[in-house]
Design a binder for this molecule. Sequence first.
Ligand SMILES: *Cc1c(COP(=O)(O)O)cnc(C)c1O
Length: 219
Amino acid sequence: MKNSFNKKYFIDLISELLTYKATLVAVSKNRSIELIEEIYRAGQNDFGENRVQELLKKQPSLPESIRWHQIGHLQSNKVKQIIPFVYLIHSVDSVKLLQTIEKEAMRAGKKVNVLLQAHIAQEESKFGFDLNELKDFFDTQNDKKYHHINIRGLMGMATLSNDTSQIEKEFKQLRQLYEEIQKDRPWFDTLSMGMSSDYKIALANGSNMIRIGSALFDH
Ligand SMILES: *Cc1c(COP(=O)(O)O)cnc(C)c1O
């Protein structure tokens, strides 16, 4: 892994995203502070980390205006530490975690923005709610129970595969549910799908937030 960032790729990606009105989250896990500063100076403001420990280590050394996204699995006992500064938690994958976030956000006097992570891939290992669990959660108005959480949308990861039609199918399913939920929830505005290998398919299928690591940094 090279420790540099591909400026040409970055500029091209940003202009591509303009047509979709989509946001780039630069995934900075395993990247140095210096490298994050470099891409920040090039105009990038949203950064994603997947381990809390790494996020806590980096955040104090970097500009306060950075919007930090927690994109990896979040353990309940780590919630409290990120509440003060986290911009968006993409990886809420259980009701228990929602309850912990609610409790800690209340203590901190904050309202925290989150996405619910959907399990759309074929792999067993990926975290998240099943689509029918999510549908049920919103149909029964369970989202309205949390006064210190804004549930802003959904996140999903497609199967790691070369089978474009499989990936497309998974993104389409998530988008369909997202749009259904959105009908009577105008604040539901974020659909986080797409990584380096599949972001074009994600954008074509309604994503408005992509999470890109390797394509930006390894070249
Ligand atoms: C690492 C990671 C990404 C970025 O993946 P790349 O393939 O490097 O673009 C996106 N989302 C999550 C949840 C990740 O952990």
